[in-house]
Design a protein around this ligand. Structure first.
Ligand SMILES: Cc1ncc(COP(=O)(O)O)c(C=O)c1O
Length: 566
């Protein structure tokens, strides 16, 4: 065994890994990478088909990001953000706020959303005007006194929308996705205490949710396999039905060889469910203070995409019940959700098989940014695709282009203001990490944002999204492929015993793991989530490389399950 591999075996404990299995074989020891290719210690090359666990955007060893880090290294690698400011972090905070503003403006231009009117009362969102504190307004609007959704409609921009969208004006830096969520959670909790006098703020998140591995983030999670063992350590949060069309109990359609969002037959019962949950909780006198969700697609839940319009509708409901929206864009941020998700999931409901008219919310033709072509490619954040601006936006993974651990939680002026006071009042947000606002990470992030803004990057992303969509079609020929779900540059392929029955593999059969091992033999690296194979390449991946990734998946399925046609 390679000397480095021996060291690993002797000393390293790997995350989310059964170490008994790990110790049975020589690990793939990565020593370098360039673009979408990584090379191991034995000189073998692999395509990085999960972008190094969903972090890498522009490829490995990118000259622009490398140079930015080197430049920063020539100045200083790290200094504390406790009591000091630093150059790249200050610039990055501005860039992030501006990027969100730009996305929001694009959505507004396309009439995808309605910004919050100035001095509207009752919402967790801040005022559009930096000089104006909405705190005083908020005092009149203690939970329970909110008017119903219809009467709270914003009069501007988009007559279709009842979503009141706040502006995000402040950035709190931390280290990774989990800590970005911890920050949002603590801020939302304390914000509810201070402004709504909520004694025990309650949080709602989605079934199958995964928001990280720190204890607060785990409390928001609902994956039994990961979370059950720690139940005693956690606070209680509630799980809301996720719109998992492929396995939705309300979907009356027989399986087809297509994305389940497109052939489903339902009446948007999942949205009705959301309305009921919020209403019930409010009736009990302890309304939810925040709804935590991944917009457009849930990642670790199994790449579960939301049908077009779901996000907008549930955001309207949450706002109507005065709950903050915490958008976890740790996976979806920075262009991952692309623009080409056109119309996925609207068809059946609007064909008349569903009955949205008599559903919980009036039927609307909900537009996604994908309806407007390349013009919208500056929508870097998934929530803007449906014109939703959250109160807390959590970013990590791709923030530094996949180079360094760094995260950011963006929030509103109202939340920020709730923590202002004289020192002796102790309203300070007592939270932070040693590496908060790390200058090297911030320098990498600035370079990554520069790259994302180039026409070349937009074109590459568009090309990649199309290539991925076209290549994935070949997998429908496999009887063990039940569903293929793509949102932009993210794809999940759900493996089943037989596509006609949707019968899942028992996790103990390790179907997903075995397929990934067979892909690795063919020079393609990815990880499964249970029975779902993830294909999420770096943006620099060429159509030919995408073709090799999907071909490896095809052949791996045939090796593991045998060669029969669907
Ligand atoms: C949506 C989402 N949120 C949070 C996290 C946690 O991020 P990290 O692993 O950087 O702590 C992840 C990680 O996969 C994620 O996918």
């Amino acid at each position: 065994m390679n000397r480095l591999a021996q060291l690993d075996h002797r000393y390293v404990w790997h995350p989310f890994t059964q170490m008994r299995d790990w110790l049975r074989r020589e690990p793939i020891m990565i020593v370098e990478g360039r673009g979408a290719v990584v090379r191991d210690a034995r000189g073998r090359e692999y395509l990085d088909a999960n972008a190094s666990i969903w972090t890498n955007l522009h490829g490995h060893h990118h000259p622009k990001i490398d140079a930015a880090i080197r430049r920063q290294l020539g100045k200083i690698a790290h200094c504390s953000a406790l009591g000091l400011a630093n150059e790249p972090a200050s610039r990055l905070a501005e860039r992030l706020i501006k990027a969100v503003e730009r996305g929001a403006r694009s959505a507004e231009r396309l009439q995808l959303w309605a910004p919050e009117p100035e001095r509207i009362t009752g919402g967790p969102g801040g005022s559009a005007d930096d000089s104006q504190s909405p705190i005083a307004d908020r005092q009149e609007s203690v939970a329970g006194s909110q008017p119903p959704i219809a009467t709270r409609r914003s009069p501007i921009a988009n007559p279709q929308s009842a979503v009141r969208n706040p502006q995000l004006v402040k950035v709190f830096f931390s280290d990774d996705g989990s800590t970005a969520l911890e920050v949002a959670l603590k801020l939302a909790y304390e914000f509810a205490h201070r402004t709504k006098r909520t004694r025990q703020p309650r949080f709602l998140s989605l079934q199958g949710a995964y928001h990280g591995d720190t204890v607060g983030a785990v409390s928001l999670g609902h994956i039994d396999l990961f979370h059950r063992a720690y139940a005693g350590l956690l606070f209680k949060s509630e799980a809301l039905m996720a719109p998992y069309c492929y396995r939705c109990p309300f979907n009356r359609a027989q399986p087809e060889r297509a994305d389940a969002r497109d052939y489903r037959k339902c009446r948007w019962e999942c949205v009705g469910n959301v309305e009921q949950r919020f209403a019930r909780q409010r009736k009990k006198g302890s309304p939810y203070v925040a709804f935590v969700l991944e917009p457009l697609i849930q990642g670790a839940a199994g790449m579960i995409p939301q049908p077009t319009g779901w996000l907008r509708r549930v955001a309207e409901i949450a706002r109507g019940h005065d709950a903050s929206i915490i958008a976890d864009e740790v996976m979806t941020g920075f262009g991952r959700t692309g623009q080409g998700n056109a119309e996925c999931g609207t068809r059946s409901a609007e064909r008349g098989t569903g009955n949205v008219e008599s559903g919980p919310i009036a039927s609307q033709r909900v537009l996604r940014s994908s309806d407007f072509g390349l013009r919208t490619s500056d929508l870097l954040f998934a929530c803007h695709h449906e014109g939703v601006q959250p109160d807390f936006l959590c970013l990590a993974k791709g923030l530094t282009g996949g180079y360094l651990p760094m995260a950011a939680t963006l929030t509103t002026r109202a939340v920020f203001d709730a923590f202002l006071g004289e020192y002796r009042e102790f309203k300070t947000f007592f939270h932070g990490h040693s590496y908060t606002a790390n200058p090297l990470g911030a320098a990498a992030a600035l370079a990554s944002l520069d790259l994302l803004a180039t026409l070349a990057s937009r074109r590459a992303r568009r090309r990649l999204e199309t290539a991925l969509r076209e290549e994935l079609q070949s997998l429908w020929a496999l009887p063990n492929v039940g569903d293929i779900r793509q949102v932009g540059l993210i794809a999940g392929v759900e493996l089943v015993k037989d596509w006609r029955t949707r019968e899942p593999f028992d996790l103990r059969e390790r179907a997903g793991i075995r397929v990934c091992e067979a892909m690795a033999k063919r020079g393609v690296l990815t990880r499964s989530i249970g029975n779902v194979i993830v294909v999420m390449p770096p943006y620099c991946t060429t159509p030919a490389q995408v073709s090799r990734m999907v071909e490896a998946l095809h052949q791996a399925c045939e090796e593991v399950f045998g060669r029969s046609a669907a």
